[in-house]
Design a protein around this ligand. Structure first.
Ligand SMILES: [Zn+2]
Length: 215
């Protein structure tokens, strides 16, 4: 099964992708992870990607498509894959379709995880981190003493990505760029919507059920 996972930042795509990858025995392909790994290892691709990222620019589609194509040539993709974080835009989706067609393949199913913006903002802006690696949430998983890590006593902090203004900015970008993809795949008849407001396990179960019905 060749699948794409769509949904706003903070909808739990990464967690769902990891669960589904195990349940369906197909690889979870995150372009973000591939870029980060290449940058860390200092590969030519990583060096190239970093020049764009450091300049505050988006990595060009051709570069991203190139790494996806190379990744899909791996043996582990023979029974399918689960794309997470790609495609992000209509031009990327069109190029992805063209690339798969060249390989004699196509996308089977697109899972759209739906979470309202206000809930995303609440989920993300409530996150608190500690330098020791522990994470908290002001509503769902608060520390015993406000702003202080239970384990090490250090002061908790908010990640830049989790700041309310940053989250709202990312949601705006998502709606502008990625939401049109929902229509793109709907027209192809391969889109299914999933309620992402439930618990991680409930959402995973719903997705697996949908996949079973689709297959
Ligand atoms: Zn700590």
């Amino acid at each position: 099964m060749r699948m794409i996972l769509l949904g706003p930042p903070g909808a739990g795509k990464g967690t769902q992708a990891a669960n589904l990858s195990i349940a369906l025995k197909i690889p979870h392909i995150s372009t973000g992870d591939i870029f980060r790994a290449n940058i860390k290892e200092g590969t030519p691709l990583g060096v190239l990607a970093k020049t764009y990222i450091d300049a505050g620019k988006l990595v060009p589609d051709d570069v991203t498509i190139g790494i996806v194509e190379k990744r899909l040539e791996n043996k582990d993709c023979v029974n399918g894959f689960l794309m997470d974080g790609f495609p992000r835009t209509i031009p990327q989706a069109e190029k992805f379709d063209a690339m798969l067609e060249k390989m004699g393949r196509s996308v089977d199913l697109v899972i759209n995880i739906e979470v309202p913006d206000d809930l995303i903002v609440k989920r993300m802006s409530g996150r608190r981190m500690c330098s020791c690696g522990r994470t908290y949430h002001v509503d769902n998983n608060p520390p015993q003493k406000e702003g202080i890590c239970d384990a090490c006593g250090n002061k908790l902090y908010i990640r830049e990505d989790d700041r309310e203004e940053t989250v709202k900015e990312r949601l705006k970008t998502y709606h502008q760029q990625t939401s049109p993809l929902i229509d793109y795949y709907k027209k192809k008849g391969i889109l299914v919507n999933v309620d992402g407001t439930k618990s991680i396990d409930d959402t995973s179960r719903e997705i697996l059920e949908l996949i079973k019905n689709h297959a």
